[in-house]
Structures are given as structure tokens and as C-alpha cells.
Design a protein around this ligand. Structure first.
Ligand SMILES: Nc1nc2c(ncn2[C@@H]2O[C@H](COP(=O)(O)OP(=O)(O)OP(=O)(O)O)[C@@H](O)[C@H]2O)c(=O)[nH]1
Length: 826
């Protein structure tokens, strides 16, 4: 059994942060207030800091104490809780390293000689002093030297505070734990796949600590997964990078080209651009695949991730992190009420806020709950927006997963949960539509449990609230849950005085303002006049506008803000940073553009070289039809997401090509451009300027417009299908048997009885004799007695002539078919 820190802190009347600090000081590895400590430790803390037993009314604490003396639970670590001290973890890590080292030596008597790869790109980062330091770093708690003594037998020490006893004893009891857990195994050595591209794997040259005979060799059962995963295997090359990890830079660091890395990310369902930043664990996985053991250095930490950067870093003052408002995104399945919830929260807040102004759509907004600010990202919800959503989840601190109580978890709910998990974003669940007739909370709670999102009142850690976004009920509860989650999430901090960094939420071109971008500030405080660079765009901040449409003088961490003054609309999800001045910003942006062009050239070259297979693929491609589109949407991020979604329409017969995309209503210019490119204009959430429809008609330009994304996609698919030649399919409509053959004039007529269906003039006829098709042509003459007719039904006699055929025989069968034109599949 275990107790969560925030529950405990309530019980003993201590702040979460205070208790966490105390536990850390005592050697507990606790991450946040939702981490847990074992009952014994909790009990000691209650004794130490909580109300004294005589003060408390009931006798329960005494009973508990009597039932659970420390010695009885010493070998049972609390499930899900991390109760080992740093010392223990450090020792276990060292032991694992030694065990692996020993195993490696035993298995490979003649270790491979590290050889530089003459052909391929060498890894950009050699081993650095920072890496050596990392590998042999002694435990911070051991006063500089790692303890080399075997653990003592467990003893009950009444002279020590109980939590210390518990932590140490749990560590000391490891052999027992390991023996009772046969699934325990030491992490296997990670061998990068023999893929082309990554550099050869040489054993690292840094020295390992000497094997220590006295040290307990038992592998750690309880080591957190992350610890095991981030452990560099001996054959991985150490690589240090700085956070944020930007795709373009990271690709080069692991010896890949950015576009290759982008495809690999896509395979992981992460849609990133060259300037996007990726999550640490994603980078870790990619690094491992390419043969590197990644160490991510965060700002303010030391390390060898680029000497130049290090020098600059050293000159910068250390960051002073303070709590900032959480950035929250709302995710969930289509129609589960994301937009309604966002609107209801926003409206509720506008009413209560002093400003009371009309909110502006800037892609994000802030609300206040009990004097605490929360920033919400206005993320669209359909799967088509998974691109933005994936980015949304990565830029946010907390994901609110909306689940309709009458529908439960659906595919996109799980997809959204996946995004949040990949990004390690904590999830708060909003069980919406509580007012709906089929609302079934228990089902949703069970589904949460099944997905490892155990609800808090079921003994789990997931906070949830029951809401009706439509009726505005439970809104305070969901805000409370968000604030509570934010309180227990340690990473929601920033340095308001630090260098400005932020992420673009969406961008657009606005009449009179030029290119503007809505962004969320992540670090520092943005002010007018500052120079920014974001990919190939740069900006001297002309104006800052908040979500209430007011011009503001500065925007601190977590603020949603519209930035006016960009050279062009940057990409949603891209990262921006401040530079010295506008000239510098322009220089950076131009260099980025040049990089992209070089990359594209390399890509083209690579495609140009190649095999017979590629040649056939190229020929096939030229035979494929192409559906060309120009995409217009209300905001740039949406246009981009829509383009991605359209391009992902799969067809073997037709390619979809986006010739251009833009924001705003469909204009005459768009039509002229589309006419030249033979493109169809796809408009999402935009209007058509006056008179443009007739210009489009005149130029034969097709317009497809809708405000519902899947309707739009369906219409595009239909338009693509219309371009394909229809499939022709035979449909048998009848048959007749020849009973007699009559000569008529120069020809012959088959006197028949219609045995099934109907016989129609001009339809396709097949003459079958003894099961074999003897002739195939169309019916040129069909007569009832002497009259020409168009159709004769089953049970009637008729005379038939098949075009170009005369050799009928009695008992021949004439089968008659119509040809149906079937709309092809894409
Ligand atoms: N009964 C009931 N209906 C709701 C509630 N919240 C939303 N709805 C309705 O559910 C439908 C979908 O709501 P949206 O807010 O558009 O859902 P969404 O998840 O944003 O949908 P997409 O944007 O299409 O992904 C609308 O008809 C809403 O009126 C609620 O609490 N109760």
C-alpha cells in the first residue's frame, strides 16, 4: 500500500513542495506530488509532522501502527512508488553496468576493434569529457565515493527516522524481491540495426569503474523503466544534445538528413517539420536506432553539447525557475464536445473577468481559476488535425481528454491519449455529456482503468471531472482538476527573465497587419521591438496582442499572444527564439532557407540515382492521374493540417498534389492560379469573395468548400474518383434456347424460347454450345412473330439474330448481358 504525496501533505498540513523537498533530502526519489511513498514512511511522517495521536479523535492510527510494524513490510516495496534512495539507484545502476560489462567480456573474448567508418558520415559528436564524467559520476549522496560494501542484513533501527529505515531496508532486501520475481532481467545490450546511414558502432572508449567483488550483483527489479532505457549500452556512441531538440539539428547530430528523420518520425505518428522540436523520449528512441546513447542537457546544466554553446551558456546568468500557468490542450474523439467545452470555459471566464471583453481567436486563451491562470490551446479535434494535435500535445503541460459519457473511449480518444503519452503529458479526463440520456460514468471509469489511467477514487492517479459542457455544469471541477494536476507537475516552471523562447500555435496573413503568428511563450518575457527567428521567417515584434484583443507591453511564460511583424507566416508547431537584432534574425532565417533548399536538392538527387525498380515506379507515376488542389483555410495551421490530411488520401490510381495553400477567403487570384495549374480549390472555413464563383465557372475551376472536415475530405475523394475511368462490369439479364433455325432472306434467324430474365435488342449476346462460348456480339434483330421488338421476357418465343453470326444450331443457348459502368474505388 502506498500514499500519494499530495494526500499526505494534506494530512500533515504541509505544502506539496515542502514535503517533496523533505523527501528528496531524505533520499527518496519522488518526482511530483502524485508520486507515492510507502505506508510505513507515510506513517513516520504522520507521526513526525502530523497531529499527535492524542490530538486525533479516532483510534485508527494506533491500530494501523499495531498492525504494520516496520519490520513486517520491509521487503514489500509499494507498487508504483519509487521509494529507493538516490544512493540505492546509483548503486544499482553501477551494478547493472558491471554485470553487463562482465557479460560482454565473457561473451566476446575478442572485442571488435573500433574503426572509423571511411564511407559514411561520421557521428558528429565524439566522446567528451562530459560523457566521461557522467559515466563515473559517484552518488551525490555518498560524499564523492560510491559505497563498495555489501548490504547489511535488515535491522529495525529505532534510532533512525522510520522513512530512512524503510528506504534502506527496501534496498537491502533486493535479493528476496528478485527471487520472487522471475521476470526480472538485466537490460539486453542494444544493438543498432544494420541500416544504411548510421555510423558504425564502436565500443565507447571511456573507462568503466572497476568491477567490485563485494557489491551485490542482483539486478534491479524496481528500477524505473526510464532508467533502464536511458542506460547507454556498451555499443552505443554517447551523444549529448541540448534541449529543445530541434529536428534539423538533431538529424545532423545522428548522421541523418532532416527529411529522413522527418519520415522516421512520421512512422512513429509524429508529424514534425524541420524546425519542430521533438520530445526527449522520442529523441532517445531515434538515437538508439541510429547507434547513439543520448544524453539530453537542459538549459542551465553543464555538458559538452557543443562547445560554442557551452561558452555562451556559461556567460548567461543561471535560470531562476518559477512556477508558470499550465498550458492545457483539449483532446478527444470527434463530437465528444471539445469545442463546446473550450467555449464554455472561455465564456464562463469572460463573464467573470474584469475585462469582460470579446475574446479574440488567437489559437489559445487564458482563464483564471481561484486566482490561478490556465492557458488553453484551441486545438481542432478531428483526426485530420492529428498533425496539429500531435504538436499541440507536445507544446502543452496537461492534456484534458474529453470522453463523452454516452459514448466512452473511441479510436480518436485512444489516438489522443497516445499523443499525450508519447509527449509524457499528464492527462486529466473530462467525462462530458453527463446530461445525455445514455451517460454511463462507470463504463468510462472502467475504460480508463483498462488504459492505465486508473481514476483517483479507484486508487489510481488520474484526476477526472464529470461535466456537461453544454449546460455549463462541472466546469469548476475540471478547472480544479487542472490546477491540482498543475500543482503536482514539477515541470511547469520557467524563467521569466531568461531568453525568450516560444512555440507557434498558428499563423496567418491579415489585412493591414501582414503576417501574424499566435504563439505561446515558453521562457522569458517577450516585448515589442525584440527580434525573433522561426525557421525561414523572422520578425521584429511590432505589436503584441493578447486573447482579449488588447495590445500589451509584454508577454511572460505561458502567455498566449499574437505577434505582429513577421516576414511571413511561420509554421504551426515551430519553435522560435530571440536573437540580437532584426539583421541577425534575417540572416538566420535566410540560412535556414538555404539549408532547406540544399536538402531538397539532395533529395532530388537521391531520387534521381537509382535502380530499375525506381524507374518502373517513376513510369507508373507518370501514368497515374493527378488531382491538383489549392488549399485555403481560415488559419495557416489549419491549412497545413488539411493539406497533410488530403495528401494522406491513399490511392493507387491517382495522386493528390497540393500546388499551394493559403489563408483567407477564396479570391479571383486563387481562381486564376488554379486555372493555370488545372487545380481544384479546396476551402475550409473560408468564404468566397464577391463575384469569384462566376470567374471560377468561366475558367472551369472546381471549388470544394465545407466547414466540416470529413465532409470536405469525402467531397475531395468523390472528385478524385470522378477523374478515374469507370470500371465496366457485365450483368447477365437473360437467356434463350434455340428451338429452330429459319432461313430469312440472305441470313438466318434463330427461333428461341426465352428461358430466364429478358432478351433485349442491342445488348451483348454470347452463344454457348456444349458449355463453350462459340460467338459473342450484340443482338441486331429481335422479333415477336413478324414485329420488331426491343424486349422479350421469359416464357415467350422470339426470333434472334446475332450481329455477324449465322451458324446457329438447335439447343444452343444465347446468354444476354448488359454492361454496367461502375464508379471505381480510389
Ligand atoms: N448533451 C450534450 N451534448 C453536448 C455536450 N457537449 C457537446 N455536446 C454536443 O455534441 C456535439 C459535438 O460537440 P462539439 O463541441 O462540436 O464536439 P467536438 O469534439 O469539438 O467535435 P469536433 O470538432 O467535430 O471534433 C454538439 O452537437 C454539441 O452540442 C454536453 O455536455 N451534453
Amino acid at each position: 500500500m502506498s500514499v500519494r504525496i499530495y494526500q499526505l501533505s494534506k494530512e500533515i498540513g504541509m505544502e506539496n513542495a515542502e514535503l517533496i523537498a523533505l523527501l528528496k533530502e531524505r533520499g527518496y526519489e519522488v518526482k511530483s506530488a502524485s508520486s507515492t511513498v510507502d505506508n510505513i514512511s507515510a506513517e513516520s511522517l504522520r507521526e513526525e509532522f502530523g497531529p499527535k495521536p492524542e490530538e486525533s479523535e479516532g483510534a485508527a492510527p494506533e491500530e494501523e501502527k499495531a498492525e504494520a510494524p516496520p519490520v513486517e513490510v520491509k521487503i514489500v516495496p509499494p507498487s508504483g512508488a519509487i521509494v529507493r534512495s538516490k544512493e540505492d539507484i546509483e548503486r544499482e545502476r553501477r551494478e547493472r553496468e558491471e554485470e553487463e560489462e562482465a557479460k560482454r567480456k565473457a561473451e566476446a573474448p575478442a572485442p571488435p576493434v573500433p574503426a572509423p567508418n571511411p564511407g559514411k558520415t561520421p557521428p558528429p559528436l565524439p566522446r567528451s569529457p562530459g560523457v566521461i564524467r557522467r559515466t563515473v559520476t559517484p552518488s551525490p549522496l555518498s560524499g564523492g565515493t560510491t559505497p563498495k560494501v555489501a548490504p547489511k542484513a535488515p535491522i529495525l533501527r529505532t534510532d533512525l527516522p522510520k522513512q530512512e529505515v524503510s528506504a534502506k531496508e527496501v534496498a537491502e532486501e533486493k535479493p528476496t524481491i528478485a527471487a520472487s520475481a522471475p521476470t526480472t532481467k538485466s537490460p539486453p545490450p542494444i544493438v543498432p540495426p544494420a541500416k544504411k546511414g548510421p555510423p558504425p558502432i564502436a565500443p565507447p572508449s571511456f573507462s568503466k569503474p572497476e568491477p567490485e567483488a563485494a557489491v551485490d550483483e542482483t539486478p534491479s527489479e524496481e528500477a524505473p523503466v526510464e532508467e533502464v532505457e536511458s542506460e547507454p549500452a556498451d555499443n552505443l556512441i554517447p551523444l549529448q544534445v541540448r534541449s529543445p531538440i530541434v529536428v534539423r539539428d538533431f538529424a545532423l547530430q545522428i548522421g541523418r538528413k532532416p527529411f529522413q528523420l522527418i519520415s522516421e518520425l512520421m512512422e512513429m505518428s509524429i508529424f514534425a517539420s524541420m524546425n519542430s522540436s521533438i520530445e526527449e523520449d522520442v529523441a532517445q528512441r531515434l538515437a538508439k536506432i541510429h547507434g547513439f546513447a543520448l544524453e539530453v542537457r537542459h538549459r542551465g546544466e553543464g555538458g559538452a553539447a557543443g562547445e560554442a554553446e557551452k561558452v555562451v551558456e556559461e556567460k548567461k546568468p543561471a535560470r531562476e525557475m518559477v512556477p508558470r500557468p499550465p498550458v492545457v490542450c483539449i483532446l478527444g474523439h470527434v463530437d465528444h464536445g471539445k469545442t463546446t467545452l473550450l467555449d464554455t470555459i472561455r465564456k464562463a471566464n469572460v463573464v467573470s473577468s474584469e475585462a469582460g471583453g470579446i475574446t479574440q481567436h488567437i489559437g489559445a486563451y487564458q482563464v483564471t481559476h481561484k486566482d490561478k491562470l490556465i492557458t488553453f490551446i484551441d486545438t481542432p479535434g478531428h483526426a485530420a488535425f492529428s498533425n496539429m494535435r500531435a504538436r499541440g500535445a507536445r507544446t502543452t503541460d496537461i492534456a484534458v481528454l474529453v470522453v463523452a459519457a454516452d459514448d466512452g473511449f473511441m479510436p480518436q480518444t485512444d489516438e489522443a491519449l497516445g499523443h499525450a503519452r508519447v509527449s509524457k503529458v499528464p492527462v486529466v479526463v473530462a467525462i462530458n455529456k453527463m446530461d445525455a440520456p445514455g451517460a454511463n460514468v462507470d463504463k468510462v471509469l472502467r475504460q480508463m482503468q483498462e488504459r492505465d489511467l486508473a481514476p483517483e477514487d479507484w486508487g489510481g492517479e488520474t484526476l477526472y471531472a464529470k461535466v456537461s459542457a453544454l449546460k455549463g455544469e462541472g466546469i469548476e471541477d475540471i478547472l480544479e482538476a487542472i490546477v491540482l494536476q498543475a500543482d503536482v507537475t514539477e515541470t511547469i516552471v520557467a524563467d521569466p527573465k531568461g531568453e525568450v523562447e516560444g512555440v507557434i500555435v498558428e499563423a496567418q496573413k491579415e489585412l493591414g497587419r501582414g503576417s501574424t503568428a499566435s504563439a505561446i511563450i515558453q521562457q522569458g518575457t517577450l516585448k515589442p521591438g525584440m527580434a525573433l527567428v522561426c525557421g525561414e521567417n523572422y520578425c521584429r515584434v511590432r505589436q503584441l496582442i493578447n486573447d482579449k484583443g488588447e495590445q500589451i507591453k509584454e508577454a511572460g511564460p505561458s502567455s498566449p499572444v499574437k505577434i505582429v511583424g513577421w516576414s511571413g507566416p511561420p509554421d504551426a508547431g515551430d519553435f522560435f527564439k530571440v536573437v540580437k537584432n532584426e539583421r541577425e534574425a534575417k540572416k538566420h532565417a535566410e540560412a535556414n532557407e538555404l539549408d532547406r533548399k540544399k536538402l531538397e536538392a539532395t533529395q532530388l538527387q537521391e531520387r534521381g540515382s537509382t535502380s530499375v525498380d525506381d524507374l518502373f515506379a517513376a513510369i507508373e507515376k507518370t501514368q497515374k492521374k493527378s488531382f491538383t488542389v489549392l488549399v485555403k483555410a481560415d488559419v495557416y495551421g489549419t491549412a497545413e493540417a488539411l493539406a497533410t490530411s488530403l495528401q494522406s488520401i491513399k490511392s493507387e490510381k491517382i495522386d493528390l498534389e497540393v500546388v499551394d495553400m493559403g489563408v483567407g477567403d477564396i479570391t479571383r487570384n486563387d481562381v486564376l492560379m488554379s486555372s493555370a495549374a488545372k487545380a481544384t480549390i479546396i476551402g475550409f472555413n473560408v468564404g468566397i469573395e464577391n463575384g469569384v464563383t462566376s470567374v471560377a465557372k468561366h475558367h472551369g475551376v472546381n471549388l470544394i468548400q465545407h466547414n466540416i472536415i470529413y465532409e470536405l475530405i469525402t467531397q475531395v475523394k468523390d472528385a478524385m474518383t470522378d477523374m478515374l475511368d469507370p470500371e465496366l462490369r457485365e450483368n447477365k439479364i437473360g437467356a434463350a434456347e434455340i428451338r429452330q433455325v429459319f432461313p430469312v432472306g440472305k441470313g438466318v434467324v434463330a427461333g428461341c424460347m426465352v428461358t430466364e430474365g429478358r432478351i433485349q435488342r442491342d445488348s451483348i449476346a454470347r452463344l454457348v454450345r456444349g458449355g463453350e462460348v462459340v460467338a459473342e456480339s450484340k443482338i441486331s434483330t429481335l422479333k415477336r412473330f413478324k414485329d420488331d421488338v426491343t424486349e422479350v421476357r421469359a416464357g415467350y418465343e422470339c426470333g434472334i439474330q446475332i450481329d455477324g453470326y449465322n451458324a446457329y444450331e438447335e439447343k444452343d443457348i444465347i446468354e444476354v448481358f448488359e454492361i454496367l459502368k461502375i464508379k471505381p474505388d480510389l
